[in-house]
Design a protein around this ligand. Structure first.
Ligand SMILES: Cc1cc2nc3c(=O)[nH]c(=O)nc-3n(C[C@H](O)[C@H](O)[C@H](O)COP(=O)(O)OP(=O)(O)OC[C@H]3O[C@@H](n4cnc5c(N)ncnc54)[C@H](O)[C@@H]3O)c2cc1C
Length: 400
């Protein structure tokens, strides 16, 4: 059975898919967002250790500016669950290399904000529900895409098929829409997983982000909106990650504090821990006829720089700008030439970030003394040179 046609189907109601929908709202095109989940989890109203979602993201000021333009940031802040960070300390656990910087040196209120993903999706869903030309259809798993000369047939596993002029694939790192559109990827697994958890620290975190580069992978301590709570992302080889998941809390805390090496506050309590596999994956092309990829569906990166969501928000913003511009001029807004302009602007940035992640992973994963010396000298040189340091900071706060 066929449903009423829509202009755009967005597959995936994650942060990127919802932001793309809202950024396109002013065109007045009819937009339908599909998601396989029943609905997103709501942010907790409570503030105990176990009440904080394990999945957090570090939003740059450029990303929060975009979320403000979508009228989502204001309500995100009202809940009191946004953790601004004003200082960043990055060090090499095997040597002397250290970079430190703070918001004041950039005349910013904060370098960024640690936010539970549920807070962001909740605010975006509320905005979508207030927008007449966007609808969300939950519980809808994309099963097939059929590209005809006049439209795309979007076929869910259950329910009516939908006809659209353009499909936006925002269905995350294991994108089904990307596969159905026949877009190849270059991907590799690090043979690593990230442990994520909420921890209590003493003394208070002072709104600082702490990141240690260990030979096993990076470990980040990210300040939440409660002064004594942080989120951790600890990347480890598969077998070691499982050992730390199975360890009892006291053993885990000892291991975590040892890994932090006395820098930053002491970790005194830990929530339930969760594991995420780490893969890097980049779509060879971001588009095919009447189809375009955004967010993790186009590029899943190592979380060591916490940039995944920020790159995805940039994708949503640039794609919406290009499509809206073409639409406002009465042009064929779904044409490959329009989508190509988006790809040209985003692919370079995304590739550069992925290459930097690879270089960090390679450099800090090595115990070779020559490489240890080079990276220590490199980190300290960046810290000492104002221009180099400014570039490093620019990457951290986002430059859109
Ligand atoms: C351990 C870890 C830590 C991270 N830390 C950070 C960080 O500090 N900062 C940062 O910026 N990023 C971080 N990231 C990355 C960040 O979480 C992702 O970049 C971000 O969630 C991607 O958003 P997205 O909307 O593209 O995809 P997703 O959030 O994956 O959303 C995809 C949506 O598509 C839906 N979907 C999937 N398949 C289908 C289908 N067939 N049909 C219909 N719907 C479907 C899903 O239900 C989901 O709602 C981290 C990632 C990991 C693994």
């Amino acid at each position: 059975m066929s449903q009423k046609p829509v202009d755009i189907v967005i597959v995936g109601a994650g942060v990127v898919g919802l932001s793309a929908a809202l950024a396109l709202a002013a065109t007045k095109l009819n937009i339908l967002v599909l998601d396989a989940q029943a609905a997103h989890a709501q942010p907790s109203g409570n503030r105990e250790l176990s009440d904080w979602s394990r999945r957090v993201t570090a939003l740059t000021p450029a990303s929060t500016q975009f979320l403000s333009e979508l009228d989502a940031w204001q309500s995100m802040c009202e809940g009191g669950r946004i953790g601004p960070y004003t200082d960043m300390v990055v060090w090499d656990s095997e040597g002397t290399g250290l970079i430190e910087f703070d918001a004041g040196s950039l005349s910013l209120d904060a370098l960024g904000y640690i936010v539970e993903s549920t807070v962001t999706t909740d605010a975006l869903v509320n905005r979508v529900n207030q927008t007449p030309n966007i609808a969300i259809q939950w519980d809808t798993w994309l099963a097939d895409l059929d590209f005809t000369t006049t439209h795309v047939r979007v076929v869910p596993r259950e329910g009516d098929e939908i006809h659209a002029q353009l499909v936006i694939g925002a269905d995350g790192g294991r994108s089904v829409s990307r596969e159905l559109a026949g877009i190849r990827t270059r991907q590799w697994s690090y043979g690593q997983k990230a442990i994520v958890a909420t921890v209590r620290v003493a003394p208070e975190h002072s709104s600082a982000c702490w990141q240690a580069f260990l030979p096993t992978g990076p470990l980040a301590l990210l300040p939440l909106a409660e002064n004594d709570l942080c989120s951790i992302v600890w990347s480890l080889d598969d077998s070691e990650a499982q050992t730390w998941i199975d360890a009892d809390d006291q053993a885990f805390l000892r291991g975590l504090n040892l890994a932090l090496g006395g820098r930053g506050p002491l970790v005194t309590e830990v929530s339930e821990r969760q594991l995420f596999p780490l893969v890097q994956c980049h779509a060879v092309d971001y588009l095919s006829d009447r189809f375009v990829l955004v967010g993790d569906a186009a590029h899943a990166i190592h979380p060591l720089a916490g940039q995944g969501i920020n790159l995805g928000l940039s994708d949503a913003q640039v794609l919406a700008t290009e499509v809206s511009f073409a639409h406002s001029r009465g042009a064929t807004w779904w044409a490959p030439s329009v989508l190509k302009r988006y790809e040209r602007q985003r692919k370079g940035d995304n590739l550069a970030m992925m290459a930097a992640m690879q270089a960090f992973k390679w450099g800090f994963g090595s115990r070779n003394p020559a490489i240890t010396m080079m990276r220590n000298a490199g980190l300290s040189a960046v810290d000492a040179l104002p221009m180099a340091k400014r570039w490093f900071i620019q990457q951290a706060v986002g430059g859109r």
